[in-house]
Design a protein around this ligand. Structure first.
Ligand SMILES: Nc1ncnc2c1ncn2[C@@H]1O[C@H](COP(=O)(O)OP(=O)(O)OP(=O)(O)O)[C@@H](O)[C@H]1O
Length: 882
């Protein structure tokens, strides 16, 4: 094929200069895609492909009209493409084209989605075995910019999951980090972009960050070189893609994991914070409690849920506001109505800095600025609200500056401006003297033209006269056929129609020239004035962000108050101790759709820190445990909680391990996932954490499962000492309460009468006596013979098996035996006259088994890391099966 020339050749040569996957090149009134790009675009967006010939070859071509590019770009970027845009501009010798910007998922400004749109960078600065991460997150649509640090891969993933970026820029060392990137690919729906490595170079990055945010700010942040490199890389990337929004990034904030409750990625998913396990928004905790009126308020509330706080003072302040707002129903309604008038100020600020805000956007800025004093008025005139922290929230932005900007816009922008910015009618009369002069003259000529028909009728005794304009004929006087013969001599005919004739006159032509000139003059003058007004607004980006933040905060608090008031939620008492006491708690999401049976939860740091939750399948164990996690989480965003009364000791992290639904599809064995999640919890949870374990050990053979569950319980109890709820079908575990001082049993009650099970959903102290699993199988329609056979097998298992168990006090291990046949513990070891390991002396044990038993005896469970324990158990199993 011969080399393409002409515009196709130009397209390919521009394409070579960019690493974007697609190129849209302006050709006159269209943006065109050629070659493979045309085919991709046509497949994705259903565009028609035609052929363009160049130098004897033909090339696929697809195009979109100039004004329609934005929605197409948006659609392509949302499908994960990076699209370069080459604009055409005039030169002395014709025109030229140049790539002005590259639109990527993280730099797309034209989003209509209310969600935050984070661009993330992650830099690994540690050594191979000791990684240390720096992260930066920027939302170009709102100017929000944060840096964070993470001590290991899991912590880095937790932050990434928390911010849920749409595009991730891995630093040079992170690109080969399969642990990190593999999980990012699996769990986060983000485009991975390999940006030039120089952008991550420490010196260059630090310089960029100082230039953008000022040296002082950067020093105050005191983050390590990795986080600075990540921040610098983001700045370089935003600049290079040509998004033109750097000016809206007015502030850099450090996100300190320590201020927030640790919520690892798995937990965020398990608790269905922002979407359900099936990926739906509806049914998530966020969707349930969201009554915000503005998209900024919704974004903030979601951020609160994803980043619950640890600081008691912050939480109590939020609680006070929620309490005040929930007691003042009428005023809250009024404030929510007022908030309904607000637009997304942070996004408008970004549009202004980018130069894409039109007059309607500035009008939106003006209207939203007016919301602030309106809210302040309601707050000030309502004692309960005025005395709450709300008053301070409203006063935080510079209100005088906000009022001044609003007034400036009030005097400037026309009441109903068009969406184009080049054709005038954007500004009010009186805003600018020169403009007023043009407007006066323009109006005068318009007036002259508007009244011309009447004058012509009167002066020349004509009937059926109209004056109008169109593209081909310009201004004309149209006279009905019957009167057309009587027009004066100076009328010059321009066109004959079926029922009329069109004329012009010298005077009309002159006025036409004048009005065109005035229109152009007015358009240009207004555009210049508008641009400088827009620049003024852009220069106040930080103020707009402050006001936007204040409105969003009030909106989010009012939303919490609304939900609390409508659902009878109560204000929890927060404290720094261990006790968790929930009286008649409910699950915040399940209670919306079910006649919910409330349940109590009581945990303390002394004799009740670990609850083993048993109960039949389907009885409500998972719901109960999730309810506890959700209530604690809600309390730590400052919300009220679904309960009659609650006292909540603040936690530093919430960890969950619940049944994995979809991991198999992602190519990892369920059991492997289960174990790595367990391992993460055992390593990371602390004494101040809340741990929720649902059926740990289920993914493997029963005895493996029990052993792991058993060992994990001991470790969590003895070493970690976290507040834990552990639901299990292994009834053997209920015996642990006898040996481990902080373990207590609770069960979800069911009533069995005449072979029928009724779920009571009530949680009671003590273990359950049966599992009812076979009953559920029966309920589910498993064939009769299978159910009967299962009963037989169960019976036999109960008769034949006994499990050896080890108690808790590491200094003085207690040997106990749980006898499944009678559901009782036989320990301590020699309580029934013989130690369980008496059996090792039996004659028929082979040497391999004996070796395993010796090994087992020697192993100190409390001193052995859980993962090693698991490996050991697997080793023994293999030996025994040999
Ligand atoms: N307190 C409650 N009040 C009303 N309905 C409840 C309550 N708790 C649970 N449910 C309902 O009972 C059903 C089963 O609950 P859940 O999944 O928590 O049971 P489970 O004991 O964990 O089951 P399995 O052991 O089979 O996993 C769910 O549909 C849930 O909505």
């Amino acid at each position: 094929m011969t080399e393409a020339t002409g515009i196709v050749g130009e397209f390919f040569s521009l394409k070579e200069d960019t690493d974007a996957e697609l190129l849209a090149m302006q050709c006159g009134d269209f943006y065109e895609f050629f070659g493979e790009d045309a085919e991709t675009v046509s497949d994705e967006l259903d565009l028609k492909v035609s052929q363009k010939s160049s130098h004897g070859s033909s090339y696929p071509m697809a195009g979109v009209p100039l004004d329609d590019l934005t929605p197409y770009l948006k659609a392509l970027v949302e499908r994960g493409y990076r699209v370069a845009v080459a604009d055409q501009y005039e030169t002395e010798s014709g025109h030229a084209r140049e790539i002005q910007r590259v639109v990527t998922p993280g730099t797309l400004l034209e989003t209509s989605d209310a969600d935050a749109q984070y661009l993330a960078a992650v830099v690994d600065g540690g050594s191979g075995s000791d990684p240390r991460y720096g992260l930066a997150f920027a939302d170009v649509t709102t100017g929000r910019f944060l840096v964070a640090e993470a001590a290991d891969t899991d912590a880095a993933l937790t932050e990434l999951y928390r911010f849920d970026p749409v595009e991730v820029l891995p630093g040079p060392d992170s690109r080969t980090d399969d642990d990190l990137l593999g999980t990012v690919r699996e769990r986060i729906d983000a485009a991975l972009t390999l940006h030039e490595t120089e952008a991550f170079a420490p010196k260059r990055a630090a310089h960029a960050v100082r230039e953008q945010f000022g040296s002082e700010t950067v020093e105050r942040l005191s983050v390590g070189p990795e986080a600075t490199a990540a921040a610098g890389a983001i700045l370089a990337y935003v600049e290079e893609t040509g998004a033109g929004v750097l000016a809206s990034m007015t502030r850099i904030q450090a996100h300190h994991g320590d201020d927030h409750v640790t919520l690892d990625a798995t937990t965020q998913r398990n608790l269905e914070l922002t979407e359900t396990m099936q990926g739906e928004r509806d049914g998530s905790l966020f969707a349930t409690i969201d009554h915000t009126q503005t998209s900024a308020g919704g974004r903030l509330l979601k951020e609160w849920l994803q980043r619950p706080r640890r600081a008691l003072e912050t939480l109590e302040q939020r609680q006070e506001s929620v309490a005040a707002l929930s007691s003042a129903a009428l005023e809250r309604d009024e404030m929510q109505d007022t908030l309904g008038e607000a637009y997304d100020l942070a996004r408008l600020a970004s549009k202004a800095t980018h130069g894409s805000a039109d007059a309607r956007d500035l009008l939106a800025v003006r209207e939203t600025l007016a919301v602030l004093p309106a809210l302040a008025e309601t707050i000030d005139s309502t004692p309960a609200l005025a005395e709450s922290p709300l008053a301070g929230i409203i006063d935080r932005p510079d209100r005088a500056a906000a009022a001044a900007l609003r007034e400036a816009l009030e005097d400037a922008i026309a009441e109903d401006p068009p969406s184009t910015v080049t054709q005038g009618e954007l500004l009010q009369y009186g805003y600018d003297d020169d403009l007023d002069e043009v407007i006066d003259r323009h109006e005068e000529v318009k007036q002259w033209l508007d009244t011309l028909d009447e004058r012509e009728k009167r002066q020349h005794g004509l009937s059926h006269v109209t004056v109008d304009r169109n593209k081909t004929d310009g201004y004309y006087i149209q006279v009905g056929k019957s009167a057309a013969d009587g027009v004066p001599d100076h009328y010059e005919q321009v066109k004959t129609l079926k029922n009329s004739k069109r004329f012009t006159t010298d005077e009309l032509e002159e006025k036409e020239r004048e009005i065109l000139r005035l229109e152009e003059q007015r358009g240009e003058l207004e555009y210049d004035l508008f641009e400088s007004l827009r620049d003024d607004v852009a220069a106040r980006a930080e103020l707009l962000q402050d006001v936007g933040r204040a409105l969003a905060t009030v909106d989010a608090l009012a939303s919490l108050a609304t939900h609390a008031a409508e659902n009878r939620w109560v204000k929890p008492d927060l404290h720094r101790g261990d006790a968790l006491d929930i009286d008649q708690g409910r699950h915040p999401v399940v209670e919306q759709t079910t006649e919910f049976v409330p349940n109590d939860v009581r945990l303390d740091g002394e004799d009740r820190g670990f609850l083993v939750v048993t109960g039949p399948n389907m009885s409500g164990k998972s719901t109960y445990m999730r309810q506890v996690a959700c209530i604690v989480l809600l309390a730590q965003i400052g919300s009220f909680v679904p309960a009659k009364e609650a006292t909540i000791g603040l936690v530093d992290g919430i960890f969950t391990r619940v049944g994995a639904l979809d991991e198999l599809a992602q190519g990892r064995s369920t059991f492997m996932v289960e174990m790595s999640e367990l391992s993460n919890i055992l390593h990371t949870a602390t004494e101040e954490s809340l741990v929720i374990l649902d059926e740990v050990g289920r993914g493997t053979a029963t005895y493996d499962g029990i052993s792991i569950a058993w060992a994990a319980t001991e470790y969590l109890h003895n070493e970690v000492a976290a507040k834990t709820l552990f639901a299990t079908h292994y009834h053997e575990l209920t015996g642990l309460a006898e040996n481990l001082p902080r373990v207590a049993n609770v069960h979800v009650a069911a009533d069995e009468r005449d072979g029928d099970v009724t779920f009571l959903r009530a949680v009671r102290d003590g273990p359950t006596d049966r599992s009812y699993g076979i009953h559920v199988a029966d309920l589910a329609g498993v064939p009769g013979p299978v159910v009967d056979r299962a009963r037989d097998v169960l019976e036999r298992l109960r008769e034949e098996k006994a499990i050896e168990a080890k108690g808790g006090h590491s200094s003085d291990p207690v040997q106990t035996v749980f006898d499944v046949s009678n559901g009782q513990f036989r320990g301590p070891a020699n309580a029934d006259g013989g130690a369980p390991n008496d059996t090792t002396e039996s004659d028929d044990i082979d040497p391999e088994t004996e070796a395993v038993l010796d090994d087992l005896e020697e192993l100190d469970v409390n001193e052995t890391p859980p993962v090693e324990l698991i490996t050991k158990v697997q080793e023994w199993q293999e030996k025994l099966s040999e």
